[in-house]
Design a protein around this ligand. Structure first.
Ligand code: AMP
Length: 394
């Protein structure tokens, strides 16, 4: 069975074709700058990788180009689209309606449209992707896999905000949590690696966007992203948790309205805003090493907030049996992991520094005498989407 996994942004389309027999990636790629000038496609297959210019007025032309790349030339990996059994779409927001992945029907698309106000930056792009895929691929069954779904087990005391209850009822204002597909994949992998699901697990997905999840017996009980992905820990350009009155305070002083404030908090804050150097953690670390104090502060804030959040989730779980790191930062930033393990000594964490000296590998980094298992588990959201899709079309 061959599954095409799609992740659509408003101007981008990421894809991966997976042969479920052995879960082998046949090709993957990215269409960028859709609807803009100088759009391009990067396609990787058969050991070749090439970026070529292309004209993509909309996602439909981008999908047509993906088909061309998959069926012709050096990156050819199938003879015809009829070899694709199903398409799995990453959808950011499932609201309270979608608690697990589902087959896409007209009714599902309508419900996604209704949910768009909850994720105005993300869900409309997902819908665009689904509709364009329908145009290009015809009747191939399609499945939606939601970023929010894995967090739907949170109890109300964790997902409610202490604002008047009517705003939950009228507008759905509550914590939803995101990155659910990643937290689900790595927690499942943790269970495989340890032989059973840890009773109390904290998963740390640290990348451009970052979130933590507190997971009890395989079910999320709390997570750090909230009503939107802006909440929680400091991220590349997102501020994470701040005192909400800062919003109206700065808005008044700087004469910024909704759009301006959203840009400030989503695109100009986080590691970038504090360091003034970059949103990319590698750049921040390099600048800090070269003596840039604000870059050092940004890196320190990330480490501090991480330790603080892990501590609060350990409290929420009544202790912790395993902690795992994933995402670009979690999988690669050895120094950050070492510092976090050092600061968690009070929980009985000890580190295996030799094991921690690795990047992007599945490895236990806690010491043999550690009371808590600490692991690095590279995430794989695509395989999770492909598995759900295969399961649902069976
Ligand atoms: P992601 O969004 O999961 O792709 O993660 C991107 C983040 O991972 C960026 O902030 C990168 O700087 C960070 N990253 C990648 N490699 C490293 C590395 N070797 N050391 C520190 N951070 C890294």
């Amino acid at each position: 069975m061959k599954i095409l996994v799609i992740n659509c942004g408003s101007s981008s389309l990421k894809y991966q074709l997976i042969d479920m027999d052995g879960e082998k990636v046949l090709c993957k790629g990215l269409c960028e700058r859709i609807g803009m000038e100088s759009s391009m496609i990067t396609h990787e297959a058969n050991g070749t990788k090439a970026t070529t210019p292309a004209i993509f007025p909309t996602h439909t032309e981008a999908f047509a180009e993906v088909v061309k790349k998959m069926t012709t030339g050096a990156g050819k990996c199938i003879n015809d689209v009829s070899e694709i059994d199903a398409i799995g779409h990453r959808v950011v927001h499932g609201g309270e309606k979608f608690k697990s992945s589902c087959l896409i029907t007209d009714e599902v698309i309508n419900t996604l449209r209704e949910l768009s106000p909850l994720a105005p930056l993300h869900n409309p792009a997902g819908i665009l992707g689904i509709e364009a895929a329908r145009k290009v691929f015809g009747n191939i069954p399609m499945v939606a896999v939601f970023d929010t779904a894995f967090h739907s087990t949170m109890p109300p005391k964790a997902y409610m905000y202490a604002i008047p209850y009517e705003y939950y009822e009228k507008y759905g204002v509550r914590r939803y949590g995101f990155h659910g597909t990643s937290h689900r994949y790595v927690s499942g992998r943790m269970a495989e690696l340890l032989g059973e699901m840890p009773h109390r697990l904290i998963t740390c997905h640290l990348g451009n966007g970052s979130s933590l999840a507190a997971i009890k017996d395989g079910k999320v009980v709390d997570t750090s992203m909230g009503f939107t992905p802006l909440d929680g820990i400091i991220m590349g350009t997102r501020c994470g948790s701040i005192d909400p009155s800062i919003v109206s305070y700065i808005a008044n002083l700087e004469n910024l309205h909704e759009r301006g404030m959203n840009r400030l908090l989503n695109n100009e804050s986080g590691l970038l805003g504090v360091s003034g150097v970059s949103s990319d953690f590698r750049d921040v670390l390099e600048a800090a090493e070269n003596g840039n104090e604000r870059a050092q502060l940004a890196a320190d804030m990330l480490e501090y907030q991480l330790v603080k959040l892990i501590g609060s989730y350990a409290a929420a779980l009544g202790g912790v049996d395993a902690i795992l790191f994933t995402g670009g930062i979690g999988e690669n930033a050895m120094g950050l992991r070492e510092q976090v393990m050092h600061d968690l000594a009070y929980l009985g964490v000890t580190a295996d520094l030799a094991a921690n000296n690795s990047r992007g590998e599945e490895v236990r980094i806690s010491g043999a005498d550690s009371k808590v298992e600490v692991w690095v588990v590279p995430t794989n959201e695509e395989i999770m989407i492909a598995r759900d899709t295969a399961e649902l079309i069976k």
